[in-house]
Design a protein around this ligand. Structure first.
Ligand code: NDP
Length: 455
């Protein structure tokens, strides 16, 4: 048996990486095997999603806004709206809005570069190395919100943010341009860089690989420490989401002279969700997006355009359809949010603690051949994705403040249910591959997929 030996390599001034004992050198082709496209219905699914998802993002605006209303089916022809728009809110492109968006993106890059943050090691990669990631999203969030609060409280501040509401579509277009640029760049660059590829982004089919993401951990040439994927995951999009919501509250204030309780609920719930994500920023390093998925149009578009411009639909709707909720309705919605947040956070904490070698609740677990253990009691004994269940309950609490005049603001809860059900299938497949027979045993012990005793 070969003698075990540890190799430690210094990769930044502050971190070291421990490689596996006697790593077997592998060629580029061995590390990056061509795999059959199996996810999202293959190349056809990837191609369709690349074209359809931006159309849906625009459609949610053109089908639900101050001018046309939010009715199903729509009262006017969509193409008519695009050509006949009374303000720049509906114009597809505006250079000032593009400049504002670019400034926002560069601001988050600057914050990444200059604000303090810990460098945290990610998962062990197939080539035996680990990447390190700068975690200072929380500081970026706090500093940005401080500036936003300071600006809004100044004379003219409310109008300055309401400008965002009036330029929603051109800002969306600018984010789409940026995310397409990123996706094209990393795709082309991955053919020349010799970098590690994502398994499910290396099928050889352009439509599939472009959607799924070919490179696993792309960086900009000359900036090897700037990881494009983790940067996109939590900064311009998640923080931008909160800023868009604030802008919509400002637009409502301009129209009504006050902010409704329904708007406050949406602002607080979604702001809390973003803060929670940034407080646990390093936990993204364990997520499928970072460990397994490549960076392609799916993540670039999802992070920069889809998340901020569609998750804000409820707050945008409340600008032109303000709703005053009764105390009983508020109490019910708050209770729902608290329940969802409790399940989401306690389930995620149980797993994060356990993966970090702690088990404060003394939960039961099973050993596996792979070496990592699986929890079989607590939240992870009730279903295989209790965190998704909590997340989905919160989704209801974010939509209910919009009332029942239109079904369109409930888009999020429906889309998110589909996303989570699909994500559960993807993760289940990945776990089958990781754990083999042990996963079958775990599934027998924990038969429910997401909702305990139901699904
Ligand atoms: P999870 O956080 O659920 O992680 C899945 C992984 O956990 C598995 O691959 C496995 O990895 C490990 N695991 C599975 N079962 C067990 C067990 N019994 N005991 C210990 N470890 C287990 O998945 P996601 O990365 O998909 O989601 C992370 C969070 O992000 C969730 O809370 C989700 O709701 C949220 N989310 C939000 C989105 C949004 O747009 N708002 C979109 C997507 C996700 P291993 O064993 O290798 O550690």
């Amino acid at each position: 048996m070969a003698q075990e030996r540890e190799v430690t390599t210094t990769i930044t001034a502050t971190t070291t990486v421990t490689l596996p004992a006697n790593p077997t050198p592998k060629t580029y082709a061995e590390l990056n095997p061509r795999l059959k496209p199996t996810e999202f219905f293959g190349p056809i699914g990837g191609g369709i999603l690349t074209f359809v998802t931006p159309i849906v993002a625009y459609g949610l605006f053109y089908g639900c806004n101050e001018v046309t209303g939010c009715s199903v089916p729509p009262k006017r022809n969509v193409l008519e709206w695009i050509g006949d728009w009374p303000s720049s809110a509906g114009a597809l492109w505006d250079w000032k809005a593009a400049g504002v968006y670019l400034a926002w993106y560069l601001w988050t890059v600057l914050c990444w570069a200059i604000l303090p943050g810990d460098w945290i090691e990610g998962t062990l990669l197939r080539d035996g190395t680990r990447k390190t990631y700068k975690m200072n999203g929380l500081w970026t969030f706090m500093l940005t919100l401080g500036i936003v609060a300071g600006t809004v409280s100044q004379p003219g501040g409310v109008a300055a943010f309401a400008w965002i509401y009036d330029h929603f579509v051109p800002l969306l277009s600018a984010s789409l341009a940026m995310c397409t640029f990123q996706a094209v760049f990393v795709y082309v660059n991955s053919f020349f860089s010799g970098e590690l590829l994502a398994h499910q982004g290396n099928s050889g089919n352009f439509f599939y690989d472009f959607w799924m993401g070919r490179p696993l951990n792309p960086t900009w040439p000359g900036f090897p420490n700037f990881d494009i994927k983790t940067f996109n995951e939590v900064r311009p999009g998640i923080i931008g989401w909160v800023i868009l919501n604030v802008a919509f509250a400002c637009a409502q204030y301009e129209r009504l002279g006050r902010v409704t309780n329904s708007m406050w609920l949406v602002l607080i719930f979604q702001g809390w969700y973003s803060l929670d994500c940034l407080l646990a920023e390093s936990s993204i390093l364990q997520q499928m997006d970072i460990t397994t998925d490549g960076f392609g149009f799916m993540l670039s578009f999802g992070d920069l355009t889809w998340l901020p411009f569609t998750y804000t639909l409820q707050a945008r709707y409340l600008v032109f359809a303000p709703t005053d909720l009764s105390i009983a309705a508020c109490a019910f919605i708050v209770a729902l949010e608290v329940l969802g947040q409790y399940i989401f956070r306690s389930a995620n904490n149980e797993k994060t603690d356990f993966r970090n070698g702690r088990n404060p609740k003394n939960l039961q677990y099973m050993e596996t051949q792979r070496g990592t253990k699986l929890l079989t009691s607590g939240w992870w004994g009730r279903s295989r994705h209790p965190n998704y269940f909590g997340d989905w309950i919160m989704a209801w609490a974010w939509c209910l403040p919009t009332g029942f005049s239109s079904p369109i603001p409930y888009f999020y809860v429906i889309y998110f249910g589909i996303l989570l059900a699909h994500r559960q299938i993807r993760d289940d497949e990945a776990c089958k591959q990781k754990y083999g027979k042990d996963w079958e045993t775990y599934c027998k012990k924990v038969p429910y997929k997401i909702i305990p005793y139901v699904y």
